[in-house]
Design a protein around this ligand. Structure first.
Ligand code: GDD
Length: 477
């Protein structure tokens, strides 16, 4: 009798304790699943601003510039994106900058054996990691600034998160995802779905929108997108790290210290070898085949004739950057070189630190830009870098917004075909081109003198209400 009684008392006690534990855990889980909401801080400087890139943060200069500008106002920046290459030095080791890396994809998705399956998997993977990071891992932010493209799946994730957490959204339209998708043959059937998603969610997502050109601004307001919320154009501008180098000694010192140019440094500085630089993410919207054809045509003109003062000089071409289509082009360059079709021309590729990249641009003779603009209304940031470094450009020109940055005969020259590019190279790099090149360089320096910080403060600084807040803080101090 007694043992049964004691057993039932213990069992009853254990049941009550485990019930209490179960309800407590359930309550805690329920409470933890409610994301925190943004409430304005007493001191506006304690508010957080999120910068979101569904890509490699280190290779998103414009989004990093947003982050740097925010920190320059003493605010907290939370960077959300993939951590692949090194971030801008100004974003490393600062106590008001936090990085929330998105979980990388499993390796099998990169093999390319099951392209459609890996695409679907990537979208689901991105959705989960973005949702968790934005809803729970990061502190509730006052504003989030989102890069587009890509639009899927960040647009609807951001819409949900912004609603739950009381965060306001700025969509920074760099380009359109659906026009970029059109460039990949295999993905073309999905373009209508992507376009529907991008326009549908894009119309409602941003409390404010930024566009990289006036032409894009008009399109976003126009019948295609019908965005009713405010849209401001924020042209890309060079960061402070890009500065012209005028002194031949400084140029020589840098070129001698860089492994890629060490041996030819003296010839580059005395003009007997011309240094051209192109930078890229090796994506489908840049056709390096066009540059290779132009260089082959240029090389043909070096053949056969005895070298005179009027002969086009040999060229060292450096292509900087990282990206998916690099290897096929490396193979092509090797093949052409082995076949002897590029005599007098050496083409190399590199990935440099931000500082070295900026100095290389400042030491080159001419920048080449092959950006073809999938939408017709975006612009290449690389040309902005080049102008900041005082480097004139030869750029592919057959798209609408081209003239918003490159002024023919003032800071650069346009081309549409490889033959036109070859002519530009022959004209500008030869002895008779010295004067024209110097004039274009002056134009590049002048265009590059308008800097990111001033433009950013007058557009984004005002949207984020930094300008008024900072003045009030200064008055109080
Ligand atoms: N650190 C470093 N950066 C490099 C190097 N080479 C290239 N880069 C970076 O890679 C960029 C080139 O990237 P792309 O993807 O070719 O395009 P973009 O010219 O930057 O233009 C992109 O951004 C615009 C907005 O800023 C967009 O409007 C446009 O559509 C495109 O996405 C350069 O501007 C530079 O910041 C290198 O060796 N080192």
């Amino acid at each position: 009798m007694w043992p049964a009684f004691i057993f039932s008392v213990i069992a009853g006690g254990l049941f009550v304790v485990s019930l209490a534990y179960f309800f407590d855990t359930a309550k805690r889980l329920a409470l933890n699943s409610i994301p925190t909401r943004y409430t304005p801080s007493e001191n506006p400087k304690d508010d957080h601003i999120q910068i979101i890139v569904v890509g490699d943060i280190g290779r998103s200069p414009r989004m990093q510039y947003h982050a740097i500008s925010v920190t320059n106002h003493g605010r907290y920046v939370d960077l959300v994106g993939y951590k692949e290459t090194a971030r801008h030095p100004a974003l490393i080791g600062k106590e008001n900058v936090s990085l929330y890396p998105l979980a990388p994809y499993p390796e099998w998705t990169i093999w390319g054996t099951l392209p459609l399956l890996s695409l679907v998997y990537k979208v689901i993977h991105q959705f989960c990691t973005l949702f968790y990071t934005l809803m729970y891992a990061t502190p509730a932010a006052k504003w989030m600034i989102i890069q587009n493209p890509p639009s899927i799946p960040i647009f609807h994730v951001a819409l949900i998160v912004a609603w739950f957490r009381g965060t306001k959204v700025i969509v920074d339209w760099h380009n359109y995802g659906h026009t970029l998708m059109r460039q990949t043959l295999l993905l073309r059937p999905l373009v209508p779905v992507y376009r529907w998603y991008e326009k549908g969610f894009g119309r409602h997502l941003g409390d404010v929108n930024l566009s990289v050109t006036d032409a894009m601004n008009r399109q976003l307001k126009g019948p295609g997108f019908r965005i009713k919320k405010p849209i401001f154009t924020l042209h890309d501008r060079p960061a402070q790290v890009f500065q012209p180098i005028i002194s031949p000694k400084k140029r020589l010192d840098f070129l001698r210290g860089l492994p890629e140019t060490q041996k030819e440094a003296q010839s580059i500085v005395d003009g007997s070898l011309r240094l051209i630089v192109s930078s890229t993410s090796w994506t489908a919207d840049e056709d390096f085949g066009l540059m290779l054809d132009a260089l082959m045509e240029y090389a043909e003109s070096l053949l056969g004739e005895a070298s005179t003062i009027d002969s086009p000089p040999p060229i060292l071409a450096i292509i900087t950057g990282k990206g998916p289509q690099k290897q096929p082009y490396l193979d092509k360059i090797k093949e052409l070189t082995d076949q002897g079709r590029l005599p007098g021309i050496r083409i190399i590729t590199a990935w440099l630190s931000t500082r070295e990249y900026a100095l290389l641009l400042a030491c080159a003779d001419l920048g080449i830009c092959l950006h073809m603009s999938s939408s017709g209304v975006d612009l290449p940031m690389k040309v902005v870098d080049m102008f900041g470094a005082g480097l004139p450009v030869a750029a592919y020109s057959a798209y609408e917004s081209f003239g918003e940055l490159i002024k023919e005969g003032v800071n650069g020259c346009g081309f549409k075909t490889s033959s036109e590019l070859k002519e530009v190279l022959q004209r500008l790099l030869g002895v008779h081109g010295t004067e024209e090149l110097a004039r274009l360089k002056a134009g590049a320096i002048s265009e590059g003198s308008i800097r990111w910080e001033e433009t950013w403060n007058s557009v984004v600084g005002r949207i984020l209400e930094f300008v008024g807040d900072d003045q009030n803080q200064n008055k109080r101090a």
